[in-house]
Design a binder for this molecule. Sequence first.
Ligand code: MRU
Length: 356
Amino acid sequence: ISMEAIKYSAGNLQIIDQLKLPSQLDYIQIKNCEDGWNAIKFMQVRGAPAIAIVGGLSLAVEMYSKDFNSLSELKSFVSNRMKYLITSRPTAVNLFNLDATLQSFIDEHSSFTVLDLKQNDCFLPLILHRLLDKLEGLLADDINCNKLIGKNGSENLKRLSTTSVNLLTHCNTGSLATANYGTALGMFLSLHALGKLSRCFFTETRPYNQGSRLTAYELTYDKIPCTMICDSMVAALMSRERIDAVVVGADCIAANGDTANKIGTFQIAILAKHFNIPFYVAAPFTSINFGLPNGKNIVIEERSQEEMTTLNGVQLSVKGCITCWNPAFDVTPGELITGGIITEHGVFKASELKNV
Ligand code: MRU
């Protein structure tokens, strides 16, 4: 277990304020769904699994201070709060999947009401209790998934070399993007523990710098041998160094394996194909939207041009009439994910992804 970015216990939620990293390690308190929404919207927490966990736990915190008089009141409360939370950011699917899971959880339990009419008094506390259990279990569930992703991925990747591997990643997929341990980065920890990781190369990940600010911080924290490159250096790196595989995370995977991930992922996948380097996506099943046949309809968040023209308030580019296009994600077609999609249920070819 490495850095604890999300701390929760019985109605008390604290998260690392990622806006202050790497210079300060501060925790902020999340007291309700408004705080959760703001933390997600303004990137105090980011990364697809972490967004869903903080959203879900902010709902749990709010449920602690509320009394419900009927099942329908509870149901519409959860539904309204989740509908609000999913307006924070559009691309990462995990929070949307959590919304669907909670709705069907309540629906399944509601169908018992007729049988339990006589015990209606104790039925509401019971379902409330189970719902809280489910939300409070999000942290442990995600850690279990990440450990399995680490295991499945490291078994697959260690076959790529008789000694140890050099890997390249993009964006941030570690403890700061998940409940703990991480997806792609978690797998690097597994390989490192097995003595099978030679070096982790990572991009700075312009324009938001998740790589230089967050991945650099995590790899240093976990003492992993690592080298940072600018996003524009990937082709040069692949032509000069032995890179055994590229492993990235995911914000939304469509049923055919097309994968939305941090902007720049697609061009790295094209380069990997050119250099014959296996390209992997590591993600839990909560990052898959089986309702989307392909990646065409994934909603891509567009962010402000200040992220490109300024850095910490310092102007980098001429002020005035330039326009910038700043999509936060791109979609890598499934056929470029040549290594496979590493999940808690095994490693799948993009075309063979199945709901289990
Ligand atoms: O904009 P962000 O920082 O939320 O984007 C994060 C990414 O794209 C990650 O690679 C992805 O969410 C996987 S996190 C395990």
